[in-house]
Design a protein around this ligand. Structure first.
Ligand code: HEC
Length: 143
């Protein structure tokens, strides 16, 4: 190597490092995009798939005037506020969501609904919805 080349070497290394970092960052972005559940992240998913489950199994105790455990599930504000033990949904993280533990009968909250268990399909739908960000319309009418 000539002396001039030696002086340039760190610059070349830096440029290559930045190019590699940018390429990796771009690849990462594409992976996240490919894995994102865009269907479940739409408010329409809540209305069509999730709300009917809550309506048949939860709203009679957790909507409107009925706020057992301090929890009202019929509005976005009520759902995000949670109940007497704090937040019940951590958007994107079903495992940390108290609501999920309730319907899975996993302790730290009483089994929900108290006297039955949701089907595996309904449980999976709710889990999918929370994982995709628990998106729901700003106001969800009780009926
Ligand atoms: C028959 C009434 C009833 C139904 C139906 C019901 N719940 Fe509950 N829920 C309660 C009661 C009562 C509590 C408070 C339990 C306690 O004493 O800790 C509660 C508490 C909760 C809590 C914990 C709130 C907190 O902060 O501690 C969650 C989450 C919850 N319910 C979710 C649900 C979901 C989801 C459904 C439907 C799948 C549902 N519940 C159906 C009566 C009900």
């Amino acid at each position: 190597m000539t002396e001039q080349n030696l002086r340039r070497a760190p610059w070349v290394a830096a440029v290559v490092a930045v190019a590699v970092a940018m390429a990796l960052w771009g690849a990462r972005g594409r992976v996240v995009e490919a894995g994102a559940d865009t269907e479940a992240a739409r408010p329409e998913f809540y209305t069509a798939k999730v709300k009917p489950i809550f309506q048949s199994n939860c709203f009679r105790c957790h909507a409107g005037m009925n706020r057992r455990g301090g929890l009202s599930m019929s509005t976005h504000a009520g759902m995000m506020k949670g109940g007497k033990d704090g937040v019940v949904i951590v958007p994107g993280d079903p495992a940390k969501s108290l609501l999920m533990r309730g319907i899975r009968h996993e302790g730290s909250v009483k089994p929900m609904p108290p006297k039955s268990k949701l089907s595996d399909a309904d449980t999976a739908t709710i889990e999918r919805w929370i994982r995709a960000g628990a998106v729901m319309p700003a106001d969800v009418p009780v009926n």
